[in-house]
Design a protein around this ligand. Structure first.
Ligand SMILES: NC(=O)C1=CN([C@@H]2O[C@H](COP(=O)(O)OP(=O)(O)OC[C@H]3O[C@@H](n4cnc5c(N)ncnc54)[C@H](O)[C@@H]3O)[C@@H](O)[C@H]2O)C=CC1
Ligand SMILES: O=C(O)[C@@H]1CCC=N1
Length: 270
């Protein structure tokens, strides 16, 4: 579907880099199909060295060439970027925005008739384990939706959601790797505290999170049932879980997702 198509990225930051790394690794798209635009020539040099992709400092030139155009800039500069490209974007260009809080209607109002798809991925697309949610704008046909989904499916899992849930996705899986890195870092400190080298403690922590997550996904069991399998009566796991409950870890995680969801909504109002 994407054979011989030109794929553009406006904004060559962390998210674009993660996506490019993942899609090149998946083999779905070749480096020769990609063109990246950024205001930072340093970022462009870095991405060319890393991925051998073409780059340009001219977003209009890129918008004219691209069949699929990823908008991977910060929400705060999205208006400026869209105003720049609107005069040259054709109705056959597929626009894919990954910006937190930027709504389909904002983009559609600026680019009438142009198919727009809103996606909220996370940085784990870089290693083929991303979680992305997708919502289609009114000019995006279902075949466009399938095409964009297939790109994100090549680098992880994809769900289709109503746009009203996009801020919630941003608060949970979009921002979620950040929360999990905090957990891994804390568990690693804990490992050092009980006697491991940092390197060993990091391996024990990260592999434990990976294994537990895989158990949930592969068994389809409720996490509480899997937790029961770990907690021997009067044993160590229930002793540790008791402390986590006393410290309010569960409520802290819920509060974190709610706060990030609210922040995404707030960013969308600007
Ligand atoms: N980093 C993440 O985990 C995720 C980010 N996102 C979304 O991806 C978007 C990008 O985020 P990051 O990559 O983290 O930010 P970033 O700050 O790493 O990258 C943004 C890039 O855009 C460039 N830029 C700024 N103004 C520009 C302009 N006028 N034209 C062209 N390029 C310009 C910057 O030089 C920078 O390289 C945001 O909208 C964010 O909401 C979505 C999901 C996850
Ligand atoms: O922190 C942010 O705003 C972006 C959106 C989702 C993850 N990172």
């Amino acid at each position: 579907m994407l054979l011989n198509k030109t794929i553009g990225f406006i904004g060559g930051g962390a998210m674009a880099e993660a996506l490019i790394r993942g899609i090149l690794k998946s083999g779905m798209i070749e480096a020769s199909q990609l063109i990246v635009n950024d205001i930072s020539s340093e970022r462009l040099r870095y991405l060319t060295n890393l991925f051998s992709v073409e780059t340009t400092s001219d977003s209009q030139e890129l918008a004219k060439k691209a069949d699929v155009l990823f908008l991977t800039v910060k929400p705060q500069v999205m208006n400026h970027v869209v105003d720049q490209i609107t005069p040259v974007v054709s109705k056959s260009t597929i626009i894919v925005s990954v910006a937190a809080g930027v709504t389909l209607s904002t983009l559609q109002n600026k680019m009438p008739g142009v198919p727009v798809v809103r996606v909220m991925p996370n940085t784990a697309v870089a290693v083929g384990e991303g979680m992305s949610a997708i919502a289609l704008g009114k000019y995006a046909t279902s075949s466009i939706g399938e095409m964009v989904s297939s790109v994100f499916a090549s680098v992880g899992k994809v769900v289709t959601v109503g746009e009203d849930l996009m801020d919630a996705v941003t608060g949970l899986s979009g921002s979620g790797p950040g929360y999990v890195y905090v957990l891994i870092d804390a568990l690693t400190d804990a490992g050092v505290r009980v006697g491991f080298s940092r390197q060993t403690a990091l391996l024990l922590s990260a592999q434990t999170l990976l294994g537990a997550a895989k158990m949930v996904l592969e068994t389809g069991e409720h996490p509480a049932k899997l937790r029961d399998m770990v907690t021997s009566p009067g044993g160590t796991s229930i002793t540790g879980i008791h402390v986590l409950e006393q410290k309010g870890v569960r409520a802290a995680l819920i509060d974190a997702v709610v706060a990030a969801t609210e922040r995404s909504k707030e960013m969308g109002r600007k």
